[in-house]
Ligand binder design. Structure first.
Ligand code: NDP
Ligand code: MG
Length: 382
């Protein structure tokens, strides 16, 4: 039977890749709901092409558009559309491809309703890992990561007993400033930071990859997904982005999933997990074309944001929500030319250092910490 899909953030990088995967797999899946923030024109085209019945635009500025749509499409405006799409009765899988904290509520709502969430929005887990995992347990939902590193780990865990995992080594491309001296990194421009060497992604995660905040977010994501302590989640720089992660078992064996950097494969796996299905559209691997695979240590001095993120993870409770919020504020300010690249890590450090950690045991406590951190981070930006 065909499974109904909701794509939250369908106009973004992951959203568009998901639509390409679904187009090839139209006998197994059909698109029920699509949402975007403000890209009304693209959303309109996507809605027409997929025949989605529920279409949501978070920004209210595009109200007039709804009149042009076919009668059988229901258009919603405002942020409520996210939860409505995520909990639609005809939806079996929610692909959460929203960027940032705005994705949290929909993740929790979908899991509470027993849906599978194919999660690209790592910020959901970073902000509220315990709440999200509890929502899945209590609601009967299932959380399957799209992030390539975590998808790689999940694939290596297939068929293993639950207590056999001992350590993860996540790989990081190192971003555009991998070899730059510290002083030069601090003054990198927006264009330089947006020029990622191996992945083509939305602007926020591209900056996160340049500061290595993304890798800290992924360490925290792995902690919640796979239940390992922070001591057992390590990171190595691998500039080619071919090996997505090393999964170590208690006997010392390592398994890895490999592939060219292309998110369509982990998206497909998150939709079909634990099954695998044929997909002729995915670029096949060629070891010779992949060339040399190299590994090097992460330069913590040049990328202090990484250390702040892992520190937040170890602090626990609301600290990870604070790290995430401060990072979002600082990245936004950097992209708008208001602060330097080097200031991003300072803003995060100052915000995290002045935070009094509380238990992150409810969505309210997480959102309170998120709000507090945004105010603090804005203050230290100016
Ligand atoms: P993009 O910026 O390309 O797309 C973001 C999507 O979310 C767009 O559809 C955008 O709509 C929508 N959106 C933005 N703000 C809001 C909001 N406040 N409320 C609701 N919707 C919103 O991001 P990416 O696709 O690159 O990343 C999405 C998520 O996936 C992030 O969490 C990222 O870390 C993660 N991820 C991405 C990877 C990649 O390769 N891109 C790899 C691994 C993880 P609009 O177009 O209207 O602005
Ligand atoms: Mg990743």
């Amino acid at each position: 039977m065909s499974v109904g899909i909701a794509i939250l953030g369908s106009t973004g990088s992951i959203g568009r890749s998901t639509l390409r995967v679904l187009e090839r797999q139209s006998d197994r899946f059909h698109t029920v709901a699509l949402t975007a923030f403000e890209s009304a024109d693209e959303l309109e085209v996507q809605a027409r092409e997929t025949g989605a019945r529920l279409v949501g635009l978070v920004s209210r500025s595009g109200n007039s558009r709804a009149s042009g749509f076919a009668q059988r499409q229901k258009w919603l405006h405002g942020r409520e559309c996210l939860v409505e799409a995520a909990t639609h009765p005809d939806v079996g899988i929610v692909v959460n491809a929203i960027v940032g904290a705005a994705g949290l509520e929909a993740t929790i709502a979908a899991l509470s309703e027993g849906k599978r969430v194919a999660l690209a929005n790592k910020e959901s887990l970073v902000m509220a890992g315990d709440v999200v995992m509890r929502a899945a347990k209590d609601g009967g939902g299932e959380l399957v990561p799209i992030d390539s590193e975590h998808s790689g780990v999940l694939q290596c865990l297939a068929g293993q007993t639950s207590n056999s995992l001992s350590r993860l080594i996540l790989t990081a491309s190192g971003g555009p400033f991998r070899n730059w001296p510290l002083e030069k990194v601090k003054n990198a421009t927006v264009d330089q930071a947006l020029a990622h060497p191996t992945w083509k992604m939305g602007p926020k995660i591209t900056i996160d990859s340049a500061t290595l905040a993304n890798k800290a977010l992924e360490v925290i994501e792995a902690h919640f997904l796979f239940g390992l302590s922070y001591d057992d989640i390590q990171v190595v720089v691998h500039p080619q982005s071919i090996v997505h992660a090393f999964t170590e078992f208690v006997d010392g064996s390592i398994l890895s999933q490999l592939g060219f950097p292309d998110m369509e494969l982990p998206i497909l796996y998150a939709l079909t997990y634990p099954e695998r299905i044929d997909d002729s559209g995915v670029r096949r691997f060629d070891p010779v074309a992949a060339g040399d695979l190299t590994f090097e240590p992460l330069r913590r001095d040049a990328f202090p944001t990484f250390s702040h993120g892992v520190r937040a993870g170890r602090m626990g409770g609301t600290a990870t929500a604070v790290f995430n919020a401060a990072n979002e504020v600082a990245v936004h300010r950097f992209l708008n030319g208001k602060i330097t690249f080097g200031k991003i890590s300072e803003v995060i450090d100052v915000t995290l250092s002045s935070h009094e950690v509380r238990p992150a045991d409810s969505i309210e406590s997480v959102l309170e910490a998120d709000r507090w951190a945004r105010v603090e981070a804005e203050r230290s930006c100016s």
